[in-house]
Design a protein around this ligand. Structure first.
Ligand code: 5AD
Ligand code: SF4
Length: 479
């Protein structure tokens, strides 16, 4: 998300004549794109700000152009007063919906004032801003399709820092994907805080009415749009074009382009989305399915809208409709009131599902959230850490087991570039998003090529193999 925000901010600044430098000592402006989701992310930014403050002081004593420092994104809005008091050398603060204001804010800062713009918007999706890719001519790109979140999970600050859910019109997304395809991009990841809640309301399919039969129809529609057995905590929106439609249209643009999406909520996987993933050869058979906990009691306290059982039923449904699917997940250890039994349930869920990739966090309490107001952050830090380590160890073990089952198979790999460890090897990703490393060999494979790779060995984090033949997405056969 932050990579995409950086690309959007860049695009806006570039139009106004700003240029990028790789040498921070030469920069007139340094902007940090920030995230508030966990305490650790904020601490990293605070440390960076301290370094910048020292650099800024040095610069002001030795150079005629003073350096301007700004904070962009979630931390700007969340900590406005605190940041301005503590970080006296901050010049600019711009919230996630204020990047269009950056040229004006920087002009004000250049005039010696502190400038901030922090209001969250109900509409801003930066639909017309083409992000400037961080790596020029990269073969993979992110395309933002929606922003914000209405879910209000009790631990999460995102709805407060990034605002309400809003979707970018289908037409502007299709235009951007087409443009990326013309540039030779081979993999697009559709991006959003709640990517599969996508709903383009500018394209109404029906308008809501008041009669009881219409209400019944709406209720029925609502049920069909969710994963079986799931509920929404908030009142869902109706009408408009939904994720399945968008995914269908995006995947038709370029048969040689892989489509991924992140980060979804488990509630928004109606069967039609799963069937589309299964049937369309260029939509990767890989689903991120953030569980957060394996205990129904904790899930209720988190306000996730599902139980352990409904989550596991969804996993079964996904595995049935999309054989060979790769699953990944997010988990939080040590949430308010989590007991040792709850923790064991999380471990058993991790084992039962079998994920290839996991993002695991110790709970950190965030102000403004429901948990902050109503629950006790009562799991001691050392217990949180121990439970987190238990989860990490089990994840590694399970990922290693799953990856070992791929030894002997042939995977279609999209080449990303030379391996970091050895110039004689190439590195790429399988359809399931596993890192695959293989010797360069005689064929001069380039980033953006598809190669059939026979897998010879595996670890918990990557696969190794040998190139068999140049491949194509079009002739990839589902397992
Ligand atoms: N503490 C720890 N982890 C959190 N996440 C969100 N809020 C918190 C928090 N307060 C994690 C969730 C989410 C991921 C992006 O970050 O697992 O899915
Ligand atoms: Fe946060 Fe929950 Fe929204 Fe994800 S779905 S961004 S965890 S509130």
């Amino acid at each position: 998300m932050n990579v995409n925000d950086t690309e959007i901010a860049w695009s806006i600044l570039q139009r106004t004549g700003y240029q990028r430098t790789a040498d921070i000592n030469k920069a007139d402006v340094v902007l940090l794109v920030t995230c508030s989701i966990r305490e650790k992310a904020e601490q990293t930014i605070r440390n960076r700000l301290q370094q910048l403050t020292a650099l800024k002081k040095r610069r002001s004593s030795s150079s005629s152009t003073p350096m301007k420092v700004g904070i962009l994104g979630c931390m700007a809005g969340r900590l406005k007063t605190e940041l301005l008091q503590q970080e006296k050398l901050l010049d600019v603060l711009a919230g996630p919906d204020s990047y269009r204001d950056l040229p004006r804010l920087l002009r004000e800062a250049q005039g010696g004032q502190r400038a901030s713009s922090l209001l969250l918007s109900l509409e801003e999706t930066y639909a017309d801003i083409m992000p400037v890719q961080q790596v020029p001519r990269a073969r993979s790109a992110f395309v933002s399709i929606m922003r914000g979140c209405d879910n209000m999970c009790s631990y999460c600050i995102v709805p407060f820092t990034r605002g309400r859910e809003r979707s970018r019109p289908v037409s502007s997304i299709l235009e951007e994907v087409q443009m990326l395809s013309n540039q030779g991009v081979k993999e697009v990841t559709l991006l959003g805080q709640n990517v599969n809640s996508y709903r383009d309301l500018s394209e109404q399919q029906f308008s809501g009415g008041g009669s009881s039969s219409q209400q019944q129809q709406q209720q029925q529609q609502q049920q069909q749009q969710l994963s079986r057995g799931f509920q929404t905590i908030y009142r869902p929106r109706l009408g408009g074009l939904r994720f399945c439609h968008l995914l269908d249209r995006v995947s038709r643009i370029d048969p040689d382009m892989r489509i991924r999406f992140t980060s979804p909520h488990p509630k928004d996987f109606p069967d039609e989305v799963l069937h589309l993933i299964s049937e369309r050869h260029n939509i990767c058979r890989q689903i991120h399915l953030p569980a957060q906990s394996g205990s129904t009691r904790v899930l209720k306290a988190m306000r996730r809208g599902y139980t352990r059982e409904t989550y596991l039923d969804l996993v079964t449904n996904i595995k049935t409709i999309i054989p060979g699917v790769s699953l990944s997940s997010d988990f939080i250890s040590g949430f308010c009131g989590e007991t040792e039994d709850d923790h064991q349930e999380t471990l058993s869920l991790i084992q039962e599902v079998g994920y290839n990739i996991g993002f695991l966090f110790a709970y950190s309490m965030r102000k403004k959230t429901q948990a902050f107001h109503r629950l006790q952050d009562d799991v001691p830090p050392d217990v949180k850490q121990r439970r987190l380590q238990d989860c990490i160890a089990l994840f590694r073990q399970e990922a290693a087991r799953l990856n070992a089952t791929l030894v002997g198979s042939t995977q279609l790999v999209l080449v990303e570039g030379v391996s970091k460890r050895s110039a004689a090897e190439l590195c790429g990703r399988s359809d399931g998003n596993m890192k695959v490393i293989f010797p360069k060999g005689d064929e001069a494979f380039q980033p953006g090529d598809y190669v059939q790779v026979e897998i010879l060995s595996s670890s918990s984090q990557s696969l190794r193999g040998r190139a068999v033949i140049r491949g194509s997405l079009r002739d990839s056969v589902p397992p």
